[in-house]
Write a protein that binds this ligand. Structure first.
Ligand code: AMP
Ligand code: ZN
Length: 665
């Protein structure tokens, strides 16, 4: 092969590897192999300076010095975003938009608001020609040399890109990279950086691009301007940018209603701490580019976009100790025991650390000063470490390997977020946790018995599992701490009254992993009694609507355990309900007798098949087309207009999903 072709081939190959590694997060060769190829290319380029190319992967390592950053006027202004903090703000915004657009259907694309430094990249003929900071929105600093060292910024695009355009994004510093940078700085006796955002934006203005190249910066893109692309929507634009090689988070979601937008906001308000980088809100954009154009801009920001800021209340305090909690299913949750601090009106002493990954990602250690944040959740979370205050003798956190309650070796199965203690019947915390769950309000709702008494009864050796509750006597209970004749009587009565609790709640009370209230109801309805459920298989379970693999395996596993079966047998013997109550079974055959239903559209809380099954289970019939014999048309979302017209003309009542559910419940 000629040198020129060899160089071209290597450049092409290395670009692909960069894309796989830094954009797709899915490398296909080892770092070592990559380095070998990069060195080979470097050597060839040195020998043949005539084939210089400003987009060569060898230029990623930096080296060029920028003494003075050139001021560049943005060809298209970089706007700010209007802020909002509540659902009311969002609804007001929607109203304003709708007033301008008339009754056109408006869709929204929701993206996360990445917290870093804004950047505008200019591409010509698929090559990065310029990178400029936002500056004052009208003009910024050219930082191309530094940006080129960021591996996820493509220097050369792929696919059907337009010949010239600008793309906007955010330069960010992922949390794990930030933690690592700070570890190194502290080890070298330097001060730690305060937060990822400032460090990211500071990096852009470093004079030595080789230093920038060493920082684990990333670039997330969200908008194209100034191109005639044939693209018609924001959502499609994100997809296109992804195809051309840009890193565009796939979290973006197309929403039809403001309720869907709010659900997205609320979800990410809680889950943003699971992301590898910081975000400070959601950006909501009118999806249609045509609508965007009609809406235009105010003096400062587009009318077609809105930033919904997460509420961030933060304090910092010292993390004294990490302890570990064992849940009733054996799941281990690390807990941060904090130096108490006043926070949003309450004294905070503890914070959840979620799991081992979270501790590792943020590099959280005992003795650290940590930032604590209270979002939508009740339990505050640790969202970062103030590395500048880390004590010099600090050691990385070693996650526990054995159960703190019973000493059993912990297990973490692939795909599980948490470690588990597997000694289901030997681990005291799991035993009492399970009994406490059993008696809880939404399960057996046993009056006169509380969580502390369960612990006491267990400690005194009076109960070892929930079945034992049913053989407790007043005489056994009375001598216990804080018990008197009356309270002992109440307890025993409460237990014996619980035998009337319906099957679906008994099923929930058993404490099968992943079987919550709703799933228990589904299973009770589908199987009707415990023996059918015990005899079932994973395949059969999965065939039940909304029962997935994880739940199916857990149910089967539960009933494979001899001791679980033994407990169920005992509970049966004490008279607990292990089949659907007679009136429910009866309802299932009678209530809709002689009525034909037509079902159309998409439903919210149940699938169409499940709805049909419910009709049949309750004695009704499902028809395929509307006639004068149709009793009801159950209308979901996106129902065809012709069905509606026909029903109306024949006088067939049109009912909603909820109307139907009320009918059979
Ligand atoms: P602000 O600086 O608060 O006015 O917010 C505007 C800035 O948010 C823009 O300059 C962007 O750099 C930044 N931003 C982060 N994520 C996004 C996104 N997904 N869409 C639009 N802007 C974003
Ligand atoms: Zn244990």
């Amino acid at each position: 092969m000629k040198s020129k072709e060899k160089i071209e081939a290597l450049r092409h190959e290395l670009r692909e590897h960069n894309h796989n590694y830094y954009v797709l997060d899915n490398p296909t060769i080892s770092d070592y192999e990559f380095d070998v190829k990069l060195k080979e290319l470097h050597a060839l380029e040195e020998k043949h300076p005539e084939f210089y190319d400003s987009t060569s992967p060898t230029l990623r390592v930096g080296g060029d010095i920028t003494k003075n950053f050139k001021t560049i006027v943005h060809e298209h202004r970089m706007y700010s975003l209007a802020n909002s903090y509540s659902k009311e703000d969002l609804l007001d915004w929607e109203k304003r938009i709708q007033r301008i657009l008339g009754d056109a259907e408006v869709l929204f694309t929701c993206e996360l608001k990445y917290d870093g430094a804004s950047i505008s990249l200019t591409y010509e003929e698929g090559r990065l020609v310029r990178a400029v900071t936002r500056g004052d929105g009208f003009q910024g600093d050219e930082v191309s040399t530094n940006i080129k060292t960021i591996r996820s910024v493509p220097l050369q695009l792929k696919g059907d890109y337009p010949s010239k355009f600008d793309i906007r994004g955010e330069i960010i510093l992922p949390l794990d990279g930030f933690a690592k940078m700070n570890q190194e700085r502290l080890a070298a006796g330097e001060d730690a950086y305060m937060n990822p955002r400032n460090t990211a934006s500071g990096s852009l203005k470093l004079q030595d691009s080789a230093l920038v190249a060493q920082r684990p910066l990333d670039c997330l893109l969200y908008g194209i301007v100034g191109a005639d692309t044939g693209i018609s929507s924001q959502f499609q634009m994100l997809e296109k940018a992804r195809e051309w090689g840009f890193k565009v988070p796939t979290i973006a979601q197309l929403c039809k209603t403001t309720d869907e937008v709010m659900a997205f906001v609320e979800h990410w308000d809680v889950h943003r701490h699971d992301l590898p980088y910081e975000t400070d809100g959601v950006v909501i954009k009118v999806n249609s580019l045509q609508h965007q154009e009609e809406l235009g801009y105010t003096a400062k920001s587009p009318r077609w976009a809105l930033a919904y800021k997460f509420k961030a209340e933060q304090v910092s305090t010292i993390l004294n100790e990490i302890t570990y909690q064992v849940g009733r299913t054996g799941a281990i949750t690390p807990v941060a025991n904090l130096e108490p601090v006043l926070f949003a009106g309450t004294m905070v002493k503890r914070a959840s650390l979620h799991n081992a990954d979270q501790i590792e990602k943020l590099d959280i250690r005992e003795g650290d000063t940590v930032f604590v944040e209270k979002g939508g959740e009740i339990i505050p979370k640790i969202i970062g470490v103030d590395f500048s205050k880390r004590p010099s003798e600090s050691q990385p956190t070693q996650y526990i390997t054995h159960c703190p309650e019973c000493g059993t070796k912990l297990l973490r199965t692939e795909g599980d977020a948490k470690h588990y203690c597997t000694d289901f019947y030997g681990c005291p915390t799991q035993i009492t946790g399970r009994i406490q769950h059993f008696i809880s309000r939404k399960a057996m709702d046993i009056e006169g018995l509380g969580g502390e008494t369960v612990e006491l009864l267990f400690k005194e050796g009076l109960i070892r599992n929930y079945a034992d509750l049913y053989i407790l006597t007043k005489e056994q209970v009375m001598p216990l701490e804080r018990m008197a004749e009356k309270s002992a009587e109440n307890l025993v009565n409460g237990v014996s009254e619980s035998v009337n609790i319906p099957f679906e709640r008994v099923l929930f009370a058993l404490g099968i992993r992943f079987v919550g209230e709703t799933v228990a109801k589904k299973l009770a309805k589908a199987y009707k009694n415990i023996d059918a459920l015990i005899a079932t298989s994973v395949e059969e379970l999965i065939a039940v609507d909304e029962i997935g693999d994880r739940i199916a395996h857990s149910v089967v596993e539960f009933f494979q355990n001899e001791r679980n079966l033994e407990n169920v047998e005992r509970l049966k013997g004490y008279g607990l309900q292990f089949q659907l109550s007679a009136d429910k079974l009866l309802n299932q055959t009678e209530i809709l007798k002689g009525k034909t239903f037509v079902v159309s559209g998409v439903f919210e809380t149940i699938s169409r098949n499940e709805l049909k099954k419910m009709i049949e289970d309750n004695g009704g019939r499902v028809g395929s087309s509307i006639s004068s014999k149709t009793a009801y048309l159950v209308a979901g979302d996106k129902m065809g207009p012709s069905k509606r017209t026909k029903a109306e003309s024949l006088g067939v009542p049109i009912i909603s999903e909820q109307d139907f559910l009320d009918m059979v419940d």
